[in-house]
Design a protein around this ligand. Structure first.
Ligand SMILES: [Zn+2]
Length: 100
């Protein structure tokens, strides 16, 4: 398995794991919203709060991953454009005559 293929495989596995975690957290919140609350020391309220923080962090992580993906593609396009423009400018292509 090539290095690029391994990276892609682990990226898919990581994304699948984070998606499953987000789905279970959301499911936990939805199923426990109308619980019999005992007050300030309610463990279910604490777990709901932890799940909400987890979903918030995963949302930020997704936004950062999307931004990194967009910047990565933008950087690749800039590199390709610079290679195209810089490699086409040669003394021969500019028809510069060198008199020695
Ligand atoms: Zn509660």
């Amino acid at each position: 398995m090539t290095n690029s293929l391994q990276k892609r495989f682990w990226l898919i596995v990581l994304t699948a794991c984070l998606t499953v975690i987000a789905i279970f957290a959301e499911f936990f919140i939805c199923t426990h919203l109308d619980h019999d609350c005992v007050g300030d020391a309610c463990s279910i309220c604490l777990q709901i709060e932890v799940a909400q923080h987890l979903l918030e962090k995963l949302g930020r992580l997704g936004a950062m991953a999307l931004l990194a993906f967009a910047l990565g593609n933008y950087t690749k396009i800039l590199v390709k454009l610079s290679v195209v423009f810089c490699s086409s400018i040669t003394p021969v292509s500019l028809k510069i005559k060198i008199n020695t």
